[in-house]
Design a protein around this ligand. Structure first.
Ligand SMILES: Cc1ncc(C[n+]2csc(CCOP(=O)(O)OP(=O)(O)O)c2C)c(N)n1
Ligand SMILES: CC(=O)[C@@H](O)[C@H](O)COP(=O)(O)O
Ligand SMILES: [Mg+2]
Length: 630
């Protein structure tokens, strides 16, 4: 079947089992070929081919609401709902989003990108349905990794108590991005292997349904079932919560999936179907992946699975930061590293291997990661929390209430700061400056290159105190050699990279490269700007700002971040509060979400380019092209 031609899920509802098997094969071939060119979350999607087809066969989307947790595994859903013909543009600039998107289809009833939200959303939708007296099905699909997230557990607590009708699909592939961790994961392992209990339970259920109605007999059979449960399974978590457990079910077998779904429809109250799948199924390279490389990646060679993307000239920022912390941790066992389920992306696997006792993967649990770091710091340890900017959004209150307020010495490595590209608006790391910089004790820094990063890490653990955030972007460094980390960075001091008298341009991180290019171009036109490495976003270098105000030259601030509450706003506020009259223009992201796409294209859209900076300086200095020509 040409899967790109499917327009509506109803087209597959009458297919026979063997036709569904063929459809699954066609889907896999399509996915593997398309993702080889565009990149994407191939591993998770290959694992849910049969599951998604079964959901669309047995439920009636969009009337029935299928809600994908995280949303990275919704490619089959997109194809079945008429978007297969857009897969050449998957995760591309102005193309198909890699996540569910309400504006793309009526079948995308909920948007995500961050994990563990599906059950709360499902509960909201179920309550709306019940209040309005309607009768459709609510079907959240949540992975074993996402179920470790605190929000999911909060929702289960409510759903079980309320006994709200819904069919929760637990897609258990034993993987988060990396192998899944934690006590919940261990419990799923016991459930997975507890075929005996489940078979016995089904037999008793079958027997019960044939009873002529003798309540007494039913009661004793129920009791047998209960005692069997306690004998065979040490605590069936979901049933104790009030959620009927069905499974485990082979997630690659249409008959088993169909039976489980139809059973769930007959049960009143919440049901969880425990579906066992294989991440990467059907593509050797992804299927054999034990560490999470094939969870989500860029383009690859179809036959060898080799990752494409050009020769890498320098190590990634994540690697550089994790290695710098590792070097310090080797000589100080108070330094411990914490990751909320991102050991691979944050490049902490070397740390984990070399210092296992000083390393914690806490699962998808950003709030817990941050407050646990607080507990460690309060006991004299020096915790390092490596966390993506976007996922730190989850732990705002923990940052404020637990860390900053208590002035605890926790170092945050804020990974993926700035635009991230293909993941799009749910993942852009552009909000952390506003939400970190208003915390009274927080220091926020961003290094311009690898050498400065090494020094910042050293100073953060050795010279400074209180909570410290070091931001760094996705991708690779500039290739600058790390010289002498122990030289450190004087606290709160900026660095003038180029002196000039016509205007001052302030920025931080790799964005400074644009400024340096602009400076060269402008110099050729007789405009001499000062380029300043504002490596401390908070605190501002007020000595330098005072000096600048006295020089009475215009200022341009440039940041790959939200303008509202951003670095430029801090500078403007400072001048304003000091009653210093300085003309300041701010470049950055206006009040909008930035969709997916190549970072260079996104920067063009936003106006963060050398050419635009040159134009802005000309406007600010009053030296426009016409004047420069005279
Ligand atoms: C709040 C949050 N933290 C971390 C992530 C990064 N992340 C995306 S998918 C994923 C693993 C999810 O595992 P699971 O739910 O089991 O789905 P699978 O990929 O195995 O299908 C993680 C950690 C995220 N999206 N959201
Ligand atoms: C869906 C999700 O949240 C992650 O899989 C994310 O896509 C990882 O991003 P990186 O590729 O930047 O590690
Ligand atoms: Mg999983």
């Amino acid at each position: 079947m040409d899967v790109a031609k499917i327009k509506n899920p109803s087209e597959i509802q009458s297919l026979t089992e063997s036709e569904l098997v063929q459809l699954s094969e066609d889907m896999r071939t399509f996915l593997i070929e398309k993702c080889a060119v565009t990149g994407g979350h191939i591993g998770a999607n290959l694992g849910v081919v049969e599951l998604t087809i079964a959901l669309h066969k047995h439920f009636n989307s969009p009337e029935d609401k299928i809600i994908f947790d995280v949303g990275h595994q919704a490619y089959i859903h997109k194809i079945l709902t008429g978007r297969g013909d857009q897969f050449d543009q998957l995760r591309q600039h102005k193309g198909l989003s890699g996540f569910p998107k309400r504006s793309e289809s009526v079948h995308d009833v909920w948007e995500a990108g961050h994990s563990s939200t599906s059950l709360s959303a499902a509960m909201g939708m179920a309550k709306a349905r019940d209040i309005m007296g309607e009768h459709y099905h609510i079907v959240p699909v949540i992975g074993d990794g996402a179920l470790t997230g605190g929000m999911a557990l909060e929702a289960l607590n409510h759903i079980g108590h309320d006994r709200t009708n819904m069919t929760i699909i637990l897609n258990d592939n034993e993987m988060s991005i990396a192998p899944n961790v934690g006590a919940m994961h261990n419990m799923f392992g016991r459930l997975r292997t507890n075929q005996n209990y489940n078979r016995a339970k089904v037999d008793i259920d079958g027997f019960l349904s044939k009873l002529p109605g003798g309540l007494k007999l039913r009661d004793s059979a129920d009791r047998i079932k209960d005692s069997l449960k306690y004998l065979v399974v040490s605590g069936v978590f979901f049933e104790e919560l009030g959620i009927k457990y069905v499974g485990p079910v082979d997630g690659h077998n249409f008959r088993e999936l169909g039976e489980a779904i139809e059973t769930s429809k007959r049960i009143s109250g919440p049901v969880i179907i425990h579906v066992i799948t294989k991440k990467g199924k059907g593509y050797r390279h992804a299927e054999n992946d034990k560490i999470g490389t094939w969870h989500g990646l860029g383009p690859y060679k179809l036959d060898t699975g080799e990752q494409l993307g050009g020769k890498v000239s320098a190590p990634s920022w994540s690697q550089l930061m994790s290695d710098a912390v590792l070097e310090l941790a080797k000589h100080d066992k108070r330094i411990v590293a914490i990751t909320p389920a991102m050991p691979v992306g944050s490049k902490l696997t070397k740390f984990q291997q070399q210092l296992p006792e000083q390393f914690f993967d806490v699962g998808i649990a950003e709030q817990h990661a941050v407050t646990m770091a607080g507990g460690l710091a309060a006991s004299g340890m020096k915790p390092y929390v490596a966390i993506y900017s976007t996922f730190l959004q989850r732990a705002y209150d923990q940052l404020l209430h637990d860390i900053d307020r208590q002035k605890l010495d926790v170092v945050f490595g804020i990974d993926r700061s700035g635009l991230v590209g293909a993941d799009g608006e749910t993942h852009q790391g552009v909000f952390d400056i506003p939400f970190l910089s208003h915390l009274p004790h927080m220091t926020v820094m961003m290094p311009k290159d690898e050498d400065e990063a090494g020094k910042m890490v050293y100073s953060a653990f050795t010279d400074y105190s209180g909570p410290i955030a070091i931001r760094y972007p996705r991708g690779n460094g500039l290739g600058v050699k790390v010289t002498d980390p122990a030289a450190g960075i004087p606290y709160g001091k900026w660095e003038v990279l180029r002196a000039g008298e016509d205007a001052a341009v302030l920025s931080f991180g790799p964005t400074l490269q644009l400024l340096l290019k602009a400076q060269e171009l402008l110099l050729k036109e007789g405009i001499n700007i000062e380029v300043v490495n504002a490596r401390f976003i908070k605190p501002l270098d007020t000595d330098y700002l005072d000096e600048l105000a006295a020089r009475n030259i215009p200022v341009l601030t440039v940041e790959e971040s939200m303008l509202t509450g951003g670095f430029g706003s801090l500078v403007v506020n400072y001048f304003n509060d000091q009653k210093q009259q300085v003309a300041v223009k701010r470049l950055g992201i206006d009040n909008e979400y930035i969709e997916q796409g190549d970072v260079d294209l996104l920067l063009q859209d936003i106006g963060l380019t050398t050419a635009h900076i040159v134009d802005e300086i000309k406007q600010l200095t009053g030296k426009t092209d016409e004047e420069a020509a005279h």
